[in-house]
Design a protein around this ligand. Structure first.
Ligand code: DP6
Length: 362
């Protein structure tokens, strides 16, 4: 991928601005459990979406010497105190990468393109857009690591320090993160995600129907869920399962094998939730209606043979995935069989976005 064009920065090093939008992503092989500083216990693979995005503008202002760093975070124009701690931890973690940040007051203005309070996780797109802005600041102020072709890799590594899944939102289309190796040339890394581009035409245009089952705030955050993988009775087995699923999934994507794809994607979603239920502090994030939706999808598929499958992230909502060629049938099915099971009969039609993040006019 190419480097960042610093001409999109407005202002100068004393006072300036840069804006980016970054996509949300849905994992097919799930990142669940960490080691060290935000390194994944296992490989993961995700799809970046085309409509669900976060836009962030970073404004910087140089401070008088010795005052120390400071920042404000505004979400849709309002101060967002509940994100304050996460951002402050994130900025501490990236201090070494961009040492001059400590001389600035930073303001982040973020907004999502998807409706808020529908239970769609936005930490990946938020942290990715923040990291892209900070990486641009770094490139603009001449931090060598962010100049040239390594820009996206560096930003992905930085986004990881904000939220693990955010490192995959630095790319459009499909991205993998973790030790998985496709071949000698395409080696994975625990530190940053890499785009995954060897896709059979069957998977080139995928739709994601996000079925809103319950939008209430989650009782247990993903960060707490990851922590419960430490000492989890099935941790070792999970690592093997994820790497195995990664192999099978990649093969299905390379060769256009829907049946294998579907089996692995659904196995991953249900395994994620069973890891939560079997942890030392067990909890359930699925809703009874999530199960009803899953049953209906299975029944419909058995009857009609439509290529579609479900996945969930750490919450009750269902992502119903299908090749674009199946859109009309899947939409009819949602309207006729699933609508009544959804909160306020709500669902969002999205698709895989090949383009990925882009810098915006400030
Ligand atoms: C279930 O990236 O939100 O969505 O690194 O603690 O911020 P932190 O967690 P986060 O975890 C996402 C977990 C997941 C699976 C995935 O996206 O791979």
């Amino acid at each position: 991928m190419s480097s960042f064009d610093i001409s999109s920065v407005k202002g100068d090093l004393n006072r300036g601005q840069v804006s980016w939008e970054a996509p949300s992503n849905i994992a097919l092989v799930k990142y669940w459990g960490k080691k060290g500083l935000q390194l994944p216990m296992n490989s993961s693979l995700s799809l970046s979406l085309s409509s669900s995005k976060t836009k962030t503008t970073l404004s910087w202002k140089k401070k008088p010497e010795g005052e120390g760093p400071s920042f404000d975070l505004l979400f849709e124009g309002k101060k967002k105190v509940q994100f304050q701690k996460k951002i402050s931890t994130f900025l501490k973690r990236i201090e070494e990468k961009i040492p001059s940040l400590k001389d600035y007051h930073l303001q982040f203005d973020s907004e999502n393109t998807f409706p808020h309070s529908v239970g769609i996780a936005s930490s990946a797109s938020s942290m990715a857009s923040l990291a892209l802005c900070l990486g641009s600041f770094a490139a603009y102020s001449g931090v060598e690591a962010f100049l040239g072709d390594a820009f996206y890799e560096q930003v992905s590594s930085m986004a990881r320090l904000g939220s693990g899944s955010a490192c995959r939102s630095i790319y459009g289309g499909w991205a993998s993160w973790g030790p998985y190796e496709l071949d000698e040339r395409e080696k994975g890394s625990d530190f940053y995600a890499t785009p995954f581009t060897k896709i059979d035409p069957l998977f080139e245009e995928m739709s994601d129907f996000i079925l809103i089952v319950d939008s209430s705030p989650k009782k247990v955050s993903s960060t707490e869920g990851h922590a419960l993988m430490e000492g989890h009775p099935f941790a070792e087995g999970r690592i093997l399962q994820a790497e195995n699923n990664m192999n099978k999934l990649v093969e299905s994507i390379l060769k256009g094998k829907w049946d294998i794809f579907q089996r692995v994607v659904e196995n991953e979603a249900l395994s994620l939730h069973s890891l939560m239920m079997s942890s030392n502090n067990p909890y359930i994030l699925m809703h009874p209606r999530s199960l009803a939706v899953i049953e209906k999808i299975k029944e419909m598929r058995a009857k009609t043979g439509v290529n579609c499958c479900f996945t969930l992230d750490a919450g009750p909502n269902i992502h119903l995935l299908c090749p674009r060629s199946e859109n009309a049938k899947v939409k009819r099915f949602i309207e006729s069989d699933l609508r009544d099971l959804l909160e306020n009969e709500r669902w969002i039609e999205d698709s895989v976005g090949a383009l990925g993040p882009k810098p915006l006019e400030c």
